[in-house]
Design a protein around this ligand. Structure first.
Ligand code: MG
Length: 411
């Protein structure tokens, strides 16, 4: 046995002094420490001060019988994990079942056989010790660890229970019908598939989101180990929220133009590719606009580069506020921008450009000076790639510049 007999306390509860003496002798002979109570009420009194490792509980006692005493022990958060073995002269199945229903781990029929008694006591002490050892090992893990049958939680460590704001596993299972109620998989998973999914050895790692009681979402990498013959999964959940946030802020940095906060050219190319590949849009209703700020060099020369930057920022955010969510605005470079109109044919596209152009012309970006844009627009043709698409729009912009600026040309 892993735990020391000398440090093991057993509470004997029996109203017959002779029974206490007999039991006590057998247990003391092998080294157990004995505490005795002659009835249920006395036993509960003792249990308020001392927490034994195991309780041997007589069933037939005056006042508070063994069943009621056991019920109260199992109702107590502090005492419920102490194994209770009934000592009974009753051998009717219903009496035995009643004992188990009340939370007893075993029963011993009186008059008892010493070797059998010792064997059963030892077994249940070992079981309790192993459970405590498992719980200690689980709690020792800083990451959240839990065991599940794919539906309910069987065991969980302190980190997990703390996250779920539950006192213990029973509490968790009362609060959540299904473990899926807490976990949100990145991949959409139906509840019925979870038990299957949690036992899928091929896909051992998942990313899940979990919501705290305060509504805050955290992201976890969830790893599972399956014990197939037990139909049980051990899950460990590593908090990767910070890492994920860093990743998305890096991704954002890599895709956003630092000055104007609209997409940069790299991101634009990627989004364009996605749109064509994923067939998200009918290519016949895809227009590309290239526009730039007229005489931008003069603005910089007259008002300084800071003011020039302000104009870039304000024009970008002004136009962004004028376009649809599905349209994609990008700073192409310098004072040049591209705008992908998703879902517009060329006629509608020209109208949109004209509307924007007039709004820019009428907007006071700089005091006492009108800021205008020239725009070139084209629509997508079969076999276009980004270069040919851009080149056509660029030609249209060139035409707009050459024919007087502050105008829209189509190609
Ligand atoms: Mg009795």
């Amino acid at each position: 046995m892993l735990s020391k007999i000398q440090n093991t306390f057993i509470l004997i509860v029996d109203d017959t002094p002779k029974n206490i003496q007999l039991l006590g002798t057998v247990l003391k002979n092998v080294g157990y420490k004995i505490i005795v109570a002659s009835n249920g009420i006395q036993a509960l009194g003792i249990l308020e001060k001392i927490k034994p490792d195991l309780i041997l509980l007589d069933v037939m006692m005056p006042d508070l019988d063994g069943y009621e005493t056991c019920k109260r022990i199992k109702e107590s958060e502090k005492l419920k994990n102490i194994p209770v073995i009934f000592l009974t002269a009753k051998t009717q199945p219903e009496d035995i079942v009643k004992g188990f229903d009340l939370g007893a781990v075993d029963y011993i029929v009186k008059p008892f056989n010493s070797s059998e008694l010792l064997a059963r006591v030892k077994t249940h002490l070992e079981l309790k010790f192993n459970q405590e050892l498992l719980q200690t090992l689980l709690n020792f893990q800083r990451d959240m660890v839990l065991m599940t049958d794919g539906e309910k939680v069987i065991a969980a460590n302190y980190s997990f229970l703390k996250f779920a704001n539950c006192k213990n596993v029973e509490d968790f299972n009362l609060k959540y019908d299904h473990i899926m109620d807490l976990l949100e998989f990145e991949v959409k998973v139906e509840k019925n598939d979870v038990s299957k999914l949690l036992r899928l050895p091929k896909e051992e790692e998942f990313k899940v989101k979990m919501k705290r009681d305060n509504g805050e979402y955290l992201i976890f990498r969830i790893k599972q180990n399956v014990i197939p013959e037990k139909e049980v999964s051990i899950l460990s959940l590593v908090d990767i929220t910070q890492l994920e946030n860093q990743k998305s802020s890096l991704e954002e940095k890599a895709s956003i133009d630092e000055l104007t906060k609209v997409y940069n050219r790299t991101k634009f190319q990627q989004l364009f590719k996605n749109i064509l590949e994923e067939n998200q849009v009918n290519p016949k209703s895809l227009c590309l606009v290239i526009f730039d700020i007229d005489h931008f060099k003069k603005i910089n020369d007259t008002y300084g580069h800071n003011k020039g930057d302000d104009v870039l920022v304000n024009i970008a955010s002004f136009i962004k506020s004028q376009i649809r969510m599905s349209d994609i605005l990008c700073r192409w470079g310098g004072e040049e921008f591209t705008l992908l109109l998703v879902g517009s044919n060329i006629e509608d596209g020209v109208k949109i450009c004209e509307k924007i152009r007039v709004q820019v012309q009428n907007h006071p970006f700089i005091q006492d000076r009108q800021v205008t844009v020239s725009m070139g627009i084209t629509h997508y043709l079969p076999n276009d790639n980004l270069e040919t698409f851009v080149a056509r729009a660029d030609n249209a912009l060139y035409l707009a510049k050459r024919t007087g600026r502050n105008r829209t040309e189509r190609n």
